[in-house]
Write a protein that binds this ligand. Structure first.
Ligand code: ADP
Length: 301
């Protein structure tokens, strides 16, 4: 197969591993810088141009679209889809999962366990919002945040009020979430490919920190997940319409709660922690499923 990897940087671990895994399995791999792909939308025959040439003959495309280029990246991916190239994850599914609030709404509609989450616009509604999610301590999240930035733990009612007020005053959209204390600063990253969790790791926050992001000094280790956690992760990916996803789960007293479904999950942490060839499994998924012209929307919303 001829496979495109949409990525801003060919030197990133995940991009390198996907290229390597594809080549090892006999495929022709080409990294395409997402922001350098340009499109002709008006023509009858949809095209993507790259460095002066029309891109042709691709069977599949692997989107590795960073949060900061979601809008343009999804447009490029959509163009590939219009050309009948099979996307590992579809553009609609990626847009859906990038909007944190929309994602939680879709997951809740399907009855997937989530931390109680509130969302408001007007500062007048703050007191009731805080009460709605069960009062302090609670977690406040900026909607566009990534890698734990813009995620704040407010331990008292007063702190919660002031932080929410500050964010709303700065015109930042936020959500307010029940704090899952019993998770003990840990979460579980379930790596879903197709209808299976093919690898999982536990991420533990460093001492004195509640955010387990590796970028915030968290450490990763192997973990055996329960059948319920496995099912929750697979269902969450399916609700989002993602074939490949990193589903982040908190272990609460009342079962697994999904925090986030990531459409471009990183490979470095999960491959080094589990020793598994995750990139190879992604390529295998494409081998089984990519047929030219197979693009169709699986999820809704
Ligand atoms: P980001 O998308 O920026 O990584 P997350 O929503 O995943 O933000 O939050 C970052 C980290 O903070 C999570 O990995 C988790 O360890 C911790 N965390 C987030 N929400 C909660 C919560 N409701 N209860 C307990 N810990 C949380």
């Amino acid at each position: 197969m001829k496979i495109a990897v949409l990525s801003r940087n060919p030197r990133l671990y995940s991009t390198r591993r996907l290229v390597e895994a594809g080549q090892q399995r006999g495929h022709e791999m080409q990294v395409i810088d997402t922001l350098r792909a340009y499109m002709n939308i008006a023509s009858h025959k949809p095209q993507i141009h790259y460095r002066g040439q029309a891109l042709e003959g691709f069977d599949a495309v692997i989107p590795r679209i960073g949060a900061s280029v979601t809008f343009y990246g999804c447009a490029v991916l959509r163009q590939f889809e219009m050309m009948g190239v099979y996307p590992l994850n579809e553009s609609v599914a990626i847009s859906r999962s990038r909007d944190k609030l929309r994602a939680l709404q879709l997951l809740s509609r399907k009855g997937i366990g989530l931390p109680v989450t509130g969302f408001a616009h007007s500062p007048d509604d703050i007191p009731d919002l805080i009460q709605m999610v069960g009062g302090a301590p609670l977690v406040i999240k900026v909607l566009e945040g990534t890698q734990g930035m813009g995620v704040v733990l407010a331990e008292t009612h007063k702190a919660a009020e002031s932080v929410i007020e500050a964010f709303l005053g700065l015109k930042q959209d936020i959500m307010v979430q029940e704090y899952i204390q019993e998770a003990g600063g840990a979460d579980i990253r379930c790596f879903v490919v197709g209808d299976k969790v093919i690898a999982a790791m536990k991420r533990q926050a460093k001492a004195g920190e509640f955010r387990s992001n590796l970028h915030r000094g968290g450490s990763a280790s192997l973990i055996k997940i329960t059948p319920e956690e496995r099912m929750t992760a697979v269902r969450a990916a399916r609700v989002m319409g993602l074939n490949v996803a990193g589903v982040d789960i908190l272990r609460s007293n009342h079962g697994p709660l999904v925090m986030e479904v990531n459409s471009s999950p990183g490979l470095e942490g999960i491959e080094t922690t589990t020793g598994k060839d995750v990139a190879g499994m992604i390529i295998q998924y494409l081998e089984k499923n990519a047929e030219p012209g197979q693009t169709r929307t699986k999820g809704r919303g």
